[in-house]
Design a protein around this ligand. Structure first.
Ligand code: PEP
Ligand code: MG
Length: 315
């Protein structure tokens, strides 16, 4: 669809000195994907497939999933799509998989951990993705949420490849995975930082509690340190490291993420123009200076102020 008309705007984000950074969209439905046809994005960096599972008594069938995934892949044409496997549990409860009686559901059987109680659910989803890819002649990337160890990454990669998925990754949402990024990146083709959950677990702060927002701030230097560790692991393994949490949509923080070594930024489509503009006003060297300044700060507030002082006045 309309690929010929997409032109300039689907070009990568680019720093003032010509360093490419993929700018991608976060979506939850096939309708969201279809709305991207004329959008200025290089693709989808996070397709939250759990939306298809919400509000039902049972999981969607494999055929139903194939139909939805194929619609998304068709809408994106040759553009990149990163599909996330079911992220249920904690703040996204589902009646047919959520474990009853968990006292700390955010620390419980959620995200990829559901494989322990419902492996067939994951296998079915991975088969559906592979079938949709074949039907549409596309090559979606697939990643698992809430992975905590290199062993889990390995097992997920095995399951995905067995189902016929070619490019496999995991999200970095648990600090343990950032700390051991090298081990994890030895098992998968890419990682994507979910900074919403990474901040929640790094700061031990419930992401749903508004009164703790200062602790949950993605500018917290401890969170930035973990992003840096992950990006270092990606550089060493020569593998892509994206960010698909809300932090990518803050233009100033996006510059810091790029300076830390992140290779793609995925966000609400409406946030892309602001981030694209900010990138175009700064060199990669300036982004690196900002990243260093943010990590040298003692507090989130100081980190942001230090970067603002280094930024172009219009950003
Ligand atoms: C995240 O945790 O940053 C993320 C992108 O996933 P979600 O917000 O869907 O948990
Ligand atoms: Mg998450």
């Amino acid at each position: 669809v309309a690929l010929a008309q997409l032109g300039e705007d689907t070009a990568p984000g680019r720093t003032a000195d010509g360093h490419d950074v993929a700018l991608l969209a976060n979506i939850g439905t096939a309708e969201d994907a279809e709305r991207l046809v004329d959008a200025a994005v290089e693709g989808v960096g996070l397709f939250r497939t759990e939306v298809l599972f919400l509000g039902r008594d049972a999981a969607p069938t494999e055929d139903e999933q194939v139909a939805t995934y194929a619609r998304v892949l068709t809408a994106l044409g040759r553009r990149k799509v990163v599909l996330r496997t079911l992220d249920a549990g904690a703040d996204k409860p589902l009646p047919f998989v959520t474990q009853p009686g968990e006292e700390n559901p955010a620390l419980g059987v959620r995200g990829y951990r559901l494989v322990r109680v419902a492996e067939e659910l994951l296998r079915t989803q991975l088969r559906a993705v592979a079938r949709a890819a074949e039907q549409t002649g596309t090559d979606p990337w697939v990643m698992a949420p809430m992975v905590a160890t290199a062993d889990e990454a390995r097992r997920f990669a095995e399951l995905a490849r067995e189902a016929g998925v070619r490019t496999v990754g995991v999200m970095v949402e648990v600090p343990a995975v950032a700390l051991r990024a090298r081990d994890v990146l030895a098992e998968v083709d890419f990682v994507s930082l979910g900074t919403n959950d990474l901040a929640q677990y790094t700061m031990a702060t419930d992401r749903l509690r508004g009164e703790l927002a200062d602790l949950l701030d993605p500018w917290q230097p401890a969170v930035l340190d973990l992003v840096a560790l992950t990006a270092d692991g990606g550089r060493a393994a020569d593998r892509p490291v994206g960010v698909c949490g809300e932090s990518a949509s803050d233009p100033l923080l996006a510059l810091v993420l790029v300076g830390l070594g992140v290779t793609s930024l995925s966000m609400a489509p409406s946030a892309v123009p602001g981030v694209r503009f900010a990138l175009g006003r700064h060199t990669l060297e300036r982004c690196r200076e900002m990243a260093a300044a943010a990590r040298s700060a003692r507090t989130a507030v100081d980190a942001r102020a230090a970067c603002l002082a280094l930024a172009d006045a219009d950003v």
